[in-house]
Design a protein around this ligand. Sequence first.
Ligand SMILES: Cc1cc2nc3c(=O)[nH]c(=O)nc-3n(C[C@H](O)[C@H](O)[C@H](O)COP(=O)(O)O)c2cc1C
Length: 204
Amino acid sequence: MEKTIWPGSTQLAPSPVVLVGTGDGRRFPWNLLTVAWAGTVCSDPPMVGIGVRKSRFSYRALKELRCFTVNLPTAEMAEAVDFCGVASGADTDKFAARQLTAAKANKIVAPLVAECPLSLECAVRQVVELGSHDLFLGEVIAVQVGPGRDNTTEHAVVYFDGASSVQLVTGDRVEIRKAENDARIVRINQDSFLETLRRKMSAI
Ligand SMILES: Cc1cc2nc3c(=O)[nH]c(=O)nc-3n(C[C@H](O)[C@H](O)[C@H](O)COP(=O)(O)O)c2cc1C
């Protein structure tokens, strides 16, 4: 296969998008942050990494409380995921704004999202300053799985396409149109995920 050389850039897409829960509900309010730079980085101990900019409201809570949750959203939550990626916990209670339920974690002070089928409770083991983002390496010390949802594959559905705030849901393309103080899913078509990617690649 003939390949073209591009300058180094963040091209590993699509990547799953998660809702990261931060805060302790006291010194730092319980808050949610949408994160696309997230992934499993070690099996034993089980660890995940999330890349977070220092400018995020969530950053101080992550740094000082040294814990976070990783919540896997469902397709129905795509608009809320987008919202949590544009609104800030500095002036908005994102749980209340999108009728999401903050639930207590088992082992840490950061909140879970009750509506998400899978939540990982993570204790921060290392913070690595990389440049634009700091990498928070969290050991997964507990996992909460919703009833009947022991296989999460079909629920791992919200993706970042690497180019815009458009999020892709497995099998479908979701577009989120923003009006003033309002954002909603306005169109879900049946384009296959691969077709969407192919179109994107041919447009580059
Ligand atoms: C699809 C999507 C993915 C995002 N991924 C990240 C990410 O990986 N790291 C990050 O620092 N911000 C990311 N953001 C931006 C934050 O979620 C956003 O700035 C948010 O408002 C921060 O919330 P906070 O101020 O309450 O911490 C993403 C936003 C969207 C919409």
